[in-house]
Design a binder for this molecule. Sequence first.
Ligand SMILES: Cc1ncc(C[n+]2csc(CCOP(=O)(O)OP(=O)(O)O)c2C)c(N)n1
Length: 278
Amino acid sequence: MNESSPTAPLKANDFKSANKPMWCLGCGDYAVLGAVAKSLVELGVKHEDVAIITGIGCSGRFTTHTNVYAYHGVHGRALAVATGLKVVRPDLMVMAVGGDGDGFAIGGNHFIHACRRNVDMTYIVMDNQVYGMTKGQASPTTAADWTDSKLTPEGPGAAPYQALPVALSTGANFIARAFAGNPKELIRIIVEAVRHPGFSFVDVLCPCVAFQPEQWGWKEIVRPGFEEPTADAAEAGRKLLDDDGFNLGVLFKGDRAPFQVPAKGECDIAGIRRQFAP
Ligand SMILES: Cc1ncc(C[n+]2csc(CCOP(=O)(O)OP(=O)(O)O)c2C)c(N)n1
């Protein structure tokens, strides 16, 4: 963060830093950056109320382009850092932002446990179904028959990772899918995700047309498939059974209480009683 909040009402550009993004032409990350900045305006927060944590990848550059507290950590570890930060600074609005390779491959284990712990924060994955920064290798969400990478000329051959069912089955309290090409809806979903208590996961279909030009076609395929959010995990699960990955909207809004560290307490570490205070 390089400025404190001015007294005038903040605009979206106030949440962007002076470092202009260098993402490729047509990259969905631009739209997500704009949507997050507009969401912060809608949420009425100040710069110093917010912390954004990223890992590595094109998505990881997000922290460079925002003007809030930020931490650009190592590959796949954004959620570990975000969890620790929120636990010790519950007053901050904590948002982790990453890519599908970052969050579902090297960071996959952290994703599962962040859902399970249900700490009150929002995780936005810019899911472009490819490793953008390292020039187009297959990621966990790449289609099995995608043959454009020299590393997997016959396609990765494995069924794509299903992030929404994983989030649901491991305990995320808010689950949604949005599309970078529909920024109004994206802003609405991000605001709802932040306001919902617990761990909120927003999977954003975020085209990387540099390496997957066929993703220009996503705008023709996406549809508002999850129209009414449910608090019933079984019902959400049934909706996912025939999900083809292009249904948009809020799927699930659970009512599980977020994990919180007691304001002050005692714990037992290696048989020694210790006092702690966040
Ligand atoms: C431990 C580690 N392994 C691998 C890399 C190399 N690496 C950097 S970015 C990246 C891919 C990121 O892909 P994704 O998360 O999908 O983000 P995108 O670039 O598409 O936004 C990889 C593998 C790294 N930096 N650190």
